[in-house]
Design a protein around this ligand. Structure first.
Ligand code: CTP
Length: 212
């Protein structure tokens, strides 16, 4: 298959030197891309420049900073893909444009940031996908009602499947997730898998999901 993976955080500029970002390390998506490539899938990784984990040089990788840059890359790369695995931690809010060429001075403060909701990138891609393409999203939710909230996100965004993982997975090297498909089937991964082992488990689910 041709597999497109997104990973890592977006970074939205506040001014010339500051950004609004999140704590995603990129580890999960990088591990998924490495496993997909290892299995012989033609793999492209769209990776946030803020990610602390990098793939090895054999992985075809394209960097992004902002949600708008990631949206552009998805527009370019998704039409050629059989499958999109959307592990990137995309901004939910984008700072209102300021004078990006300047650096705000501490002496001008206090100041207020106005944040606007970001577009839902994976939902936009899903809205235009072909029937021969598969989109797998990720959902980071409180452990208490993880399956219900993740299934609701899957439906809202028009995805084929979603990998649900508890908030605690952020910045952790381990994960206890589940694979939920649009028909309501839930497959639980073994608990507390290191993310590289989870990537193997996830690719098994994804390949099985796509096999006729
Ligand atoms: N996502 C996206 N565009 C956004 C936000 C999220 O494409 N602006 C994608 C993520 O890459 C992930 C899925 O949507 O595959 C779920 O992300 P999550 O952060 O769990 O959900 P949100 O859509 O941000 O919803 P909420 O803020 O209500 O948690």
């Amino acid at each position: 298959m041709k597999i497109l993976v997104t990973a890592g955080p977006t970074r939205e500029p506040i001014d010339a030197v500051r950004v609004l970002s999140n704590r995603s390390s990129g580890l999960m998506g990088v591990a998924v891309a490495a496993e997909a490539a290892q299995r012989g899938h033609e793999t492209t990784l769209l990776l946030g420049r803020g990610a602390t984990h990098r793939p090895d040089a054999s992985i075809h990788c394209r960097p992004f900073d902002t949600a708008a840059e990631l949206a552009d890359l998805l527009r370019t790369c998704f039409p050629q893909a059989d499958m999109l695995i959307m592990a990137a931690a995309v901004a939910d809010f984008i700072p209102e444009p300021t004078d990006r060429g300047a650096k705000m001075s501490r002496h001008d403060g206090p100041c207020t940031l106005t944040l606007h909701p970001a577009p839902d990138l994976v939902a936009d891609v899903a809205a235009g996908k072909r029937s021969d393409q598969t989109i797998i999203g990720f959902a980071l939710e409180p452990a208490a009602d993880l399956p219900e909230r993740a299934a609701a996100k899957l439906a809202q965004k028009g995805l084929d499947a979603i990998v649900a993982n508890p908030l605690e997975a952020m910045e952790s090297t381990q994960i206890s997730g589940m694979f939920i498909s649009a028909d309501g089937q839930i497959v639980y991964a073994p608990t507390d898998l290191p993310k590289n082992k989870f990537a193997i488990w996830l690719l098994n689910q994804a390949e099985q999901f796509c096999s006729p």
